[in-house]
Design a protein around this ligand. Structure first.
Ligand code: SF4
Ligand code: SF4
Length: 396
C-alpha cells in the first residue's frame, strides 16, 4: 500500500498540476541544482508515483521530499493553484510514518517537547542570554546550539505568556506568544503590545496556549502538531482576533480550520489601524530600511504591502531587498539537514540586502531574522517592522 496515514496527499491536488513548469524559476532548490527532482514539478511527480504505486516510500523518496524548504514560492507562481505546502507536509508525514528513524530522537524532543514547554524555553533563554554576556555564545554555536543568529536576549527575561494589558472595556486583541518567539524575541512582543495598546486594543496572552506546531508539521510529525492544535483551539476559543508576529507561526495557524479565520499578522492589524487613523503616520526621519519578505508572509499569507505600509508610516524610506527573490534558507530546521544549501541561500539573501546600501533591515519572521544575522555583519541592525514603528511612536 502506497500510503499509510489517514491524510495522505490528495489525488485531486496532484491532478491539478499541468506540468507547465512555471514554478521552476522560483524554486530555490531547483535554481541551485538544475535538477528536476529538486523542483516542485519533480517532487509532485515523485509523490504521484507513490500514489499510483509506481515507487515506494523509500530512502530516495525521503531525500526528494526532505530537500524541499517548504517555502511555498511555487504556490504563488502556480497558475493551477496546486496546494504544494499541504501536499509536501502530507508526504513528509508519510515518510515519518513509514520510516520513523528519519526523525532523530533529538529532533523529535526539540519540536515536540522542548519548544512546547515554557519552563524549558525560559531556562534556555536565560542560559543563552548569560552566555551572550560572557562571550560563550560562539562556543555554543560550534557545538550545535542556535545562538549565532540570535539578538541579545534581555535579562531579566520577560515572558508575555499569561499577561494582559490595557483598558478593561477596550476591544481585546489576543496575542499568540509562540515558543521561540516568547523565549528569544521578547522585544517583538513588547513592541507588539505597545502598538496594539496605542491602536486602542486591550491585549491578552492566554497562558494555556502552546507552540503553533509548524515545526512539528514540517518535520512530518503530524500527530504531535495535531495535539498542539487541539490545545491552541481550546486556549484561543474565545478570541475575537488572534495576533501573530512570526510569519511562520501565522501561516500555520491561518490554515487551522477552527481558529484560522481569526488569525492576523501584526502588520495587517497595524497597517489597517494606520489607514483608518487609529494609529498615526509619523514624521519622516531620513533613515532608510531594507525590507526582507519572509516566505511564510509573502507566499504563506499573501502579505507584501502591509510591512511596507507600517515602515513608511514609521517615517522610513523603504527599500526592497530582493523582491520576488528566493527563500533565505532558514526554513525551520533545514540548516541542520542541508547546511550547504541553507548557507548558500543565506549568503545570497545577505548580498541582496547589502546591495540596497541600507544597514537597517526589517524582517517579520524570527527564523529569517536569525538567518540574516548569521550572514550580515555586525554593522547591520535587524528588527521586526512593528518594533521600528513602536520605537518611533514612543519618541514622538
Ligand atoms: S516549497 Fe520552495 S523549495 Fe519546495 S518545491 Fe516549492 S519552491 Fe521549491
Ligand atoms: S506551476 Fe503548478 S501546474 Fe505548473 S508545474 Fe508547477 S505545480 Fe505544476
Amino acid at each position: 500500500m502506497a500510503w499509510v496515514t489517514t491524510h495522505p496527499p490528495l489525488r485531486v491536488d496532484l491532478d491539478a498540476c499541468v506540468t507547465c513548469g512555471l514554478c521552476l524559476p522560483v524554486c530555490p532548490t531547483y535554481r541551485l541544482t538544475g535538477d528536476e527532482t529538486a523542483s516542485p514539478r519533480g517532487r509532485l511527480a515523485a509523490i504521484d508515483a507513490v500514489d499510483t504505486g509506481v515507487i515506494a516510500v523509500d530512502h530516495r523518496f525521503g531525500e526528494i521530499v526532505d530537500f524541499c524548504l517548504q517555502c511555498r514560492a511555487c504556490e504563488t507562481a502556480c497558475p493551477s493553484l496546486v496546494p504544494f505546502g499541504q501536499i509536501i507536509e502530507r508526504a513528509s508525514a508519510e515518510i515519518v510514518a513509514q520510516m520513523p528513524s528519519t526523525v532523530s530522537r533529538v529532533r523529535r524532543f526539540a519540536v515536540t517537547t522542548a519548544l512546547t514547554n515554557p519552563a524549558i524555553l525560559r531556562s534556555g533563554a536565560i542560559a543563552i542570554g548569560a552566555a551572550q554576556r560572557i562571550g560563550l555564545a560562539k562556543v555554543a554555536w560550534r557545538v550545535g546550539l542556535p545562538t549565532d543568529g540570535l539578538r541579545k536576549i534581555p535579562i531579566p527575561h520577560r515572558s508575555a505568556r499569561g499577561g494582559s494589558w490595557g483598558s478593561a472595556d477596550a476591544r481585546v486583541a489576543t496575542l499568540f506568544v509562540g515558543c521561540v518567539a516568547d523565549a528569544w524575541f521578547s522585544d517583538i512582543h513588547k513592541a507588539t503590545i505597545e502598538v496594539l495598546l496605542a491602536a486602542g486594543y486591550r491585549v491578552e496572552a492566554p497562558a494555556a496556549q502552546r507552540c503553533c506546531g509548524a515545526l512539528a508539521a514540517h518535520e512530518g510529525l503530524v500527530d504531535d502538531a495535531a495535539r498542539m492544535a487541539v490545545s491552541n483551539r481550546r486556549a484561543l476559543a474565545s478570541a475575537d482576533v488572534i495576533i501573530v508576529n512570526v510569519a511562520g507561526c501565522g501561516a500555520h495557524l491561518k490554515a487551522d480550520p477552527e481558529i484560522g479565520g481569526r488569525v492576523r499578522d501584526i502588520t495587517e492589524v497595524v497597517a489597517a489601524a494606520i489607514e483608518d487613523g487609529r494609529l498615526p503616520a509619523l514624521p519622516t526621519n531620513g533613515e532608510r530600511v531594507a525590507v526582507q519578505d519572509p516566505c511564510h508572509l509573502e507566499h504563506g499569507q499573501g502579505i507584501v504591502e502591509e510591512p511596507r505600509t507600517v515602515l513608511e508610516a514609521a517615517g522610513y524610506e523603504v527599500l526592497d531587498a530582493d523582491p520576488g527573490g528566493l527563500c533565505c534558507g532558514a526554513a525551520g530546521m533545514y540548516l541542520l539537514d542541508h547546511p550547504d544549501t541553507s548557507t548558500e541561500l543565506g549568503r545570497r539573501k545577505a548580498e541582496a540586502v547589502e546591495a540596497t546600501d541600507a544597514t537597517l533591515v526589517a524582517s517579520a519572521n524570527a527564523g529569517c531574522e536569525m538567518q540574516l544575522r548569521r550572514f550580515l555583519g555586525a554593522g547591520y541592525e535587524i528588527r521586526h517592522p512593528v518594533e521600528l514603528y513602536a520605537k518611533n511612536l514612543s519618541s514622538l
